[in-house]
Structures are given as structure tokens and as C-alpha cells.
Design a protein around this ligand. Structure first.
Ligand SMILES: NC(=O)c1ccc[n+]([C@@H]2O[C@H](COP(=O)([O-])OP(=O)(O)OC[C@H]3O[C@@H](n4cnc5c(N)ncnc54)[C@H](OP(=O)(O)O)[C@@H]3O)[C@@H](O)[C@H]2O)c1
Length: 289
């Protein structure tokens, strides 16, 4: 497998690290598909199942897929191990990785919700005394289209170089933002890790409501999707505040004002959106272990 020295991009200073991706389900596969456009880079993927990618999807030659940690080629020592399995399944894998990579100079990048650096260090060290620097990241599934956003937090042991590796990996699939307290990763989870689901739910309900108003499913679906895409594009590309963009669509006494009086009622968005985000943050805390 290519080593880090060989992954230097010609003509650029940035180094794309070699990766061991553990877990290639919904999140891991989104990251992997985003990374595929990077040329000079090797990746071993560990998953019990085939990577969760479309049938037509061609994996690069520099990717190798295996079913368990024990199947990872002996000679492969990654720069970064990306842990993308469910938090509840972390323990066994971490112990095996800790034993195998006890004396290697690598970085552990966990995208698992909840699991703290203290937990990851303790579990990694079950059969070894040497834990690598750990960085926690909370990406989201739009990473598959390079439109993700990822919050990161580094343990004090992580050097600037290690942080740079992880930032490079996550920036290949979207934007990155660093927080300086670990507990804030739970807040990132509630806002942007889980966030795409809130927007998909909105799309589902706009589509249903359109059908209830007599539109055929195909028309209601197109309208719901395009309105979210168009509004998202405006938010992404214009510097205007969201509230101002909203007001620009809202004439006093008009149709949008009628709809917003429902959505902005005391029991509606102002209550349920903070409650939903708080529920996600609370659940992340419960998974801490
Ligand atoms: N999904 C999201 O939108 C999202 C967003 C941000 C962060 N995350 C984080 O990403 C992590 C993964 O979430 P996900 O939704 O991608 O989960 P997922 O779809 O269940 O993917 C995890 C994959 O890893 C496999 N796996 C688990 N333990 C394994 C082992 N010991 N050896 C080999 N393969 C193993 C699983 O197989 P089995 O199903 O057979 O166990 C599954 O295929 C979670 O910790 C979550 O908090 C997810």
C-alpha cells in the first residue's frame, strides 16, 4: 500500500493521509465516496458487509475492503484510523485495533456520536499502554456529495499535524469547523450530524401536504425537493440572514404570512425545533459510555 510519503499531492503542500475506515455503512460510505476523488491516497475499509454504495459504484484500485480487523493486510499502517461504526459496537473493535496498532504513529478519528475521548482511550488501552492522539468528528451524510459539514474536537495530545490530517480528510467532503470543548461535539451532533434528517422530514411533510391539496405525488415531490434545494442554495450562496430571506417571501396579510403564523406559533417551531435538537444532544450524552 502507498505510504504517506507517496500521498503528497504534486505541486501542493497538503498531504492526504492514508486511511483505515472501520465501518462502511451510511456514514462511512458517504465519507468514502467523497474521498474517492482524491488521487494519491490509499484506504483499507473494514466492514462485515459490502460497502454501502450504489451497485454501479467503482471503487478505486487503491481501496481494499476486508471483513474484520484481523483481515487488514499486515503491512498496512494508516496515518488515520476513522471509526465509523455504531457507538454501541465500538468496544470490541477498539480493543482489537489497540492491540494491533499499539506501537504505531497514527491518529484515531472517531465519528461516533457520544463516545468520549476518555472512553476511547480507556478501551484502546485494554491490551496496550500506548493510545494515539484522538480527534472526534461529527460529519453528516451530505458528505457523499461533497456538501457535508463537520465539527471537530482534538484531544490535547493531538499535534497541529495530526489535526491537519483530520481536517484535510473532512474538508475533502465538505466544510469543517473546530470546537474547543469536547462536550460541544454533542451540540454539533444535535444541529448538523442529525440535521439532514430534520430537513428530509420537512421534505416528506411538504410533499404529503401538497398531495392533500390535490397535487399528484410526482408534482408534490418535485416541488418539495426543489424548494428545499433552492432555499438551501440561497442560504449557502448569499450573505443575507435567514430571517431576512424569510421576510422577503412574506408580504403582510399574504399567503406565506398565513403559513408562518402556524409554523411560528408558540407550540410549533419555536418549541419543537429546540426540543428536537436538545433530544439529540441528550441522546449523545447517554451514548458517552
Ligand atoms: N448516519 C449518519 O447520518 C451519521 C452522522 C454523523 C455521525 N454518524 C456516526 O457514524 C457512525 C456510524 O453510523 P452509520 O449510520 O453509518 O451506521 P451503520 O450504517 O450501521 O454502519 C456501520 C457499519 O459497520 C459495520 N460494523 C460494525 N461493527 C463491525 C465490526 N466489528 N467489524 C466489521 N464491521 C462492523 C456494521 O455492520 P453491522 O450492521 O452488521 O453491525 C455496518 O455495516 C455512528 O457512530 C454514528 O454516530 C452517523
Amino acid at each position: 500500500m502507498e505510504k504517506l510519503e507517496n500521498t503528497l499531492k504534486q505541486g501542493k503542500e497538503e498531504v492526504f493521509p492514508s486511511v483505515l475506515l472501520v465501518g462502511c455503512g451510511k456514514m462511512g460510505a458517504s465519507l468514502m465516496q467523497g474521498w474517492q476523488k482524491e488521487k494519491y491516497f490509499s484506504c483499507v475499509v473494514v466492514d462485515r458487509h459490502k460497502p454501502l454504495v450504489p451497485e454501479s459504484y467503482q471503487l478505486r484500485e487503491s481501496y481494499q475492503c476486508v471483513c474484520s480487523v484481523s483481515d487488514i493486510p499486515q503491512e498496512f499502517v494508516p496515518d488515520v484510523i476513522v471509526l465509523a461504526i455504531k457507538p454501541q459496537k465500538a468496544e470490541e473493535v477498539l480493543v482489537a485495533l489497540g492491540e494491533r496498532y499499539a506501537h504505531q504513529n497514527l491518529t484515531l478519528l472517531s465519528v461516533m456520536a457520544g463516545r468520549t475521548i476518555a472512553f476511547l482511550e480507556k478501551t484502546w488501552c485494554t491490551r496496550s499502554n500506548n493510545c494515539p492522539p484522538i480527534i472526534r468528528a461529527m460529519p453528516n451524510t451530505p458528505s457523499v456529495l461533497g456538501a457535508g459539514v463537520c465539527g471537530l474536537y482534538a484531544s490535547p495530545k493531538a499535534t497541529a499535524e495530526k489535526k491537519q490530517y483530520c481536517d484535510t480528510l473532512m474538508r475533502a467532503v465538505g466544510k469543517t469547523v473546530w470546537v474547543d470543548e469536547e462536550h460541544l461535539i454533542d451540540a454539533v451532533t444535535g444541529v448538523s450530524g442529525s440535521g439532514p434528517a430534520y430537513v428530509f422530514l420537512l421534505a416528506e411533510w411538504i410533499e404529503k401536504a401538497g398531495q392533500e391539496q390535490g397535487l399528484p405525488l410526482s408534482v408534490a415531490r418535485l416541488l418539495a425537493r426543489e424548494v428545499i434545494y433552492g432555499a438551501g442554495k440561497m442560504l449557502h450562496e448569499l450573505p443575507t440572514e435567514a430571517s431576512e430571506l424569510r421576510q422577503n417571501v412574506t408580504s403582510p396579510g399574504g399567503t406565506t404570512a398565513a403559513a408562518l403564523s402556524v409554523l411560528m406559533g408558540a407550540e410549533a417551531f419555536p418549541k419543537i425545533v429546540p426540543e428536537a435538537v436538545a433530544a439529540a444532544v441528550h441522546r449523545a450524552g447517554e451514548l458517552a459510555g
